[in-house]
Design a protein. Structure first.
Length: 266
């Protein structure tokens, strides 16, 4: 089924897309994909009402709350798509209002924790003033008693979602019992040669014209990368992303066949 609304989450917020769709009493499915193409989400609407959401292994409001916080990747709305699952009963107006407040709160957390690779450690201090720590707060604090850990590392250790860990760490930092340290250095990945993108662009120009260079750069940016930093292990996902921007099926197949040969030579 074709999409009538597509774009990059770097330029528009999920909550704003949903408000637009809800106000128009739309039926369909909003597809969301992270920049590395390894995490996807879906939000279904019926008559402008949000009725179902899925993200990773989560459903309903839990999945919905995760998805409205995504700020990178791409989106596409497929009108007319339906589902038999009804995992969200809450009034959509209330759901969007709560999600707006959640997003604003998340912005504060994101300002303090811009990367999930930043490590945290105990300060050895007592909690400030009237701040009271809860069960999960103490568990995270205890996990940091003998090691500096990042959000991602704590998520794996505690079997909790990264966003939940980040929210708890925000509380602990505000309480003065935890502080941020160094950022974990990501493993350096082999990147694609600039000549590869020129080859892709030239082929795409033959198929869809001069807009090709804009599409290539938009898709690259959707992965949170640039031409000079794009890793080879994301090339297959990149080709898929560019292919989705070619609306002529024959040209799409032609591009994929061409790219198959190019990928083999990398």
């Amino acid at each position: 089924m074709s999409s009538v609304l597509t774009g990059n989450l770097a330029y528009v917020e999920v909550i704003d897309i949903l408000k637009l769709l809800a106000s128009g009493d739309k039926d369909g499915k909003l597809l969301l994909q992270k920049e590395d193409a390894r995490e996807n989400g879906e939000i279904y609407l019926a008559g402008g009402r949000v009725v179902h959401a899925v993200c990773d292994n989560y459903l309903g409001e839990t999945a919905f709350r995760d998805l409205v916080l995504w700020q990178s990747g791409k989106f596409a709305f497929e009108p007319g798509s339906t589902t038999t699952q009804k995992t969200i009963e809450k009034d959509t107006g209330q759901l969007l209002s709560e999600s707006t407040a959640l997003f604003q709160s998340w912005q504060k957390i994101h300002h303090l924790i811009p990367s999930f690779r930043i490590k945290f450690k105990q300060t050895g201090q007592e909690p400030h003033g009237s701040i009271k720590l809860k069960g999960n707060d103490w568990e995270i604090l205890n996990a940091l008693s003998d090691a500096e850990l990042s959000v991602t590392e704590l998520s794996q250790k505690m079997n909790m979602r990264e966003m939940d860990i980040a929210a708890i760490l925000y509380t602990l930092v505000e309480a003065g019992v935890v502080e941020s340290g160094a950022e974990t250095k990501p493993i350096r990945k082999e990147v694609v040669d600039e000549k590869f993108f020129k080859t892709v662009e030239n082929e795409l120009i033959q198929l869809i014209g001069p807009v090709a260079s804009i599409i290539v750069d938009d898709v690259i940016e959707g992965f949170g990368e640039s031409r000079s930093t794009f890793p080879k292990d994301k090339v297959a996902a990149l080709v898929e992303g560019i292919s989705n921007e070619i609306y002529d099926p024959a040209k799409q197949v032609s591009f994929q066949k061409f790219m198959f040969k190019q990928i083999k030579s990398l």
